[in-house]
Design a protein around this ligand. Structure first.
Ligand code: SF4
Length: 387
């Protein structure tokens, strides 16, 4: 049942490696050694308290490999007035030990806009770093690995959106934040998986339209259509992590783990959403676990999410079939260390694109702040028009 996407990743030395080993303790040990870092008494004193938050996923024998990088990164953050925005899909040693702000893309975007720090390191993928730069143009935003992309963001361009708008004049364009700045710049309003249904309803009402263009995630669009009753025109983008879950997976899980509570992310196919017990954004999934404390739970989303929620809910038993996002996993402690040490890779956006993209994000942020909205499960599938 447990599956890992084996994507061809490359080490900093140019050799190829498996995403599991790039994050392994031996890789970190080697990486720390090559950077002249060691597990000294001083490092131990600085990091012992951090280990408490990751001991459920990092064996004690492996901690001396991670701790020197963590201590060095935290020192550089202090010296350079930097913060690290850590997405929920980061591995736990990044999420808990060097992340200053943690959460989903909406939470991180808000933090980027509000932080006093002049330097932001995005522990996430490229579109998230662009979103930070759009909202905080006066700050330096670094992405530790320029190759940290996203199958959804890569599925559509600004030119595609212009063509779609020409085909459907007057229909509002709602764009998922998992897109490039170019695509956001062509949109009326952005959304995240936390507020997608609310934004689509708002757009339909504000434009007085019975249809909304929602880009680029086909499954999120179908899932929102089932929740809202708004007719949706969408695109054939898919998250390569969530599209792999199936309703059969859920049936197998229920058989193998009687009583397990199944939580799904709305980038999953509609039949998965229908078969789950609860569905919502990563923020909604985390809240569900923390508020309801199910005895046994499975999160149908990226692998690190369960590890990170488990850190805050040690009493909950997590069943962990998952799919790994090879893009998120390009962000490692060593890549973050190098980004801070060498001030790379700076994210820049042409000003005219940034200003237009910000308008779409601001339109989303100006809507009343509400709790991440969950998706009702058990719904019959609703067709959307795919461009
Ligand atoms: S998990 Fe999916 S949506 Fe998120 S970055 Fe990876 S490919 Fe993109």
């Amino acid at each position: 049942m447990a599956r890992i996407i084996d994507a061809p990743l490359t080490t900093g030395d140019g050799g190829s490696c498996d995403p599991r080993t790039i994050h392994g303790a031996w890789g970190a040990l080697d990486a720390a050694g090559r950077r002249g870092l060691a597990y000294t008494a001083e490092v131990r004193a600085e990091t012992d308290h951090l280990y408490e938050q990751v001991k459920h996923v990092v064996p004690a024998i492996e901690w001396p490999a991670y701790a020197p990088l963590i201590a060095a990164i935290n020192k550089m953050k202090r010296d350079k007035n930097a913060v690290i925005l850590a997405h929920n899909y980061m591995t736990s040693e990044i999420f808990y030990c060097v992340g200053d702000f943690r959460g989903d893309s909406l939470q991180l975007a808000r933090e980027a806009a509000e932080t006093d720090a002049q330097l932001i390191v995005q522990a996430g993928v490229h579109f998230m770093a662009e979103t930070s730069k759009i909202l905080a143009p006066e700050k330096t935003v670094l992405i530790p690995d320029m190759r940290a992309g996203c199958s959804l963001a890569a599925s559509i361009t600004g030119e595609d959106v212009r063509l779609i708008k020409a085909k459907y004049p007057g229909v509002p364009v709602v764009t998922y934040v998992n897109t490039s700045a170019d695509v956001k710049a062509e949109s009326d309003v952005c959304c995240t998986s936390s507020n997608a249904a609310a934004v689509v309803e708002w757009a339909a009402k504000t434009w007085n339209s019975d249809r909304v263009i929602m880009l680029p995630d086909e499954f999120l669009a179908k899932n929102v259509a089932a929740q809202t009753g708004v007719k949706i025109i969408s695109w054939h983008g898919r998250c390569e992590v969530h599209e792999r879950f199936t309703a059969e997976d859920i049936a197998e899980l229920r058989e193998a783990h009687p009583g397990v509570v199944v939580l799904a992310h709305p980038e999953c196919p509609p039949d998965v959403m229908a078969a789950a017990d609860f569905a919502g954004s990563t923020a909604a999934l985390q809240s569900y676990v923390l508020d309801n404390r199910p005895g046994k739970v499975v999160l149908l989303t990226e692998c690190s999410m369960s590890d990170n929620v488990a850190g805050a809910a040690p009493d909950v038993d997590f069943v962990r079939p998952c799919n790994l996002c090879p893009h998120m996993k390009r962000i490692t402690l060593e890549a973050i260390y190098d980004a801070l040490a060498e001030m790379k890779h700076e994210v820049t956006i042409p000003e005219d694109v940034r200003v237009r993209a910000k308008r779409a994000i601001d339109a989303m942020l100006s809507l009343p702040k509400e709790k991440p909205r969950s998706f009702e499960t058990g719904k019959a599938p609703v067709a959307v028009e795919l461009v």
